[in-house]
Design a protein around this ligand. Structure first.
Ligand code: FES
Ligand code: FES
Length: 176
């Protein structure tokens, strides 16, 4: 049995028919070709399949697409700016070399975007707590922590720029 589902993904509206047992992870990867959404455990433990749903991290392997009707979904492909500029969290991960194999990285970056939107200056304990659902098998946690602190500083500087000189409708905003 199939049902039609409507989703907004990375700023674009999509409508397609899905079997009732298809997960959001499968729809994003197989129907929309969003390869950054990765599957490992398939049971909500590893965080490799993390997307932002209405700005909050969501394990897309746990949600049936038919239940995702109306959600606004962001994947890593939707983070960069219109001119292709990397989001500050992406740039911080690159600059801090916060990955090895990078399998966990898309989900990790999306969770960090959500974390910094909620808490612009997290302590290391806040970071560990928030990212507990994103596992890194390569053990890059110390570099990931450095990337979070780097990204927080970049976003705070961007905020200061905004209020001081009013430029910033062009600055990337977490979760958008
Ligand atoms: S694949 Fe979804 S949490 Fe592991
Ligand atoms: S960098 Fe390899 S799993 Fe995290």
């Amino acid at each position: 049995m199939e049902r039609t589902v409507r989703l907004r993904v990375n700023g674009h509206d999509h409508e397609f028919a899905v079997p009732c047992d298809e997960t959001l992870l499968e729809s994003l990867r197989e129907r929309l070709g969003l390869a950054s959404v990765r599957e490992t455990c398939g049971i909500g433990i590893c965080g490799a399949c993390t997307v932002l749903a209405n700005g909050r991290p969501l394990s897309s392997c746990l949600l049936l697409s038919v239940l995702a009707e109306g959600l606004e979904v962001t994947t890593l492909e939707g983070l960069s700016g219109p001119n292709g500029a990397l989001h500050p969290v992406q740039q911080a991960f690159l600059d801090q070399q916060a990955f090895q194999c990078s399998y966990c990285t898309p989900g990790m970056i999306l969770s960090v975007v959500a974390l910094l939107a909620e808490n612009p200056a997290p302590t290391p304990e806040d970071v560990a707590r928030y990212l507990a659902g994103n596992l890194c098998r390569c053990g890059s946690y110390l570099r990931i922590l450095a990337a979070v602190q780097d990204a927080a500083a970049r976003l705070q500087a961007a905020h200061v720029d905004r209020s001081d000189v009013g430029i910033a409708r062009s600055m990337p905003t977490p979760g958008r």
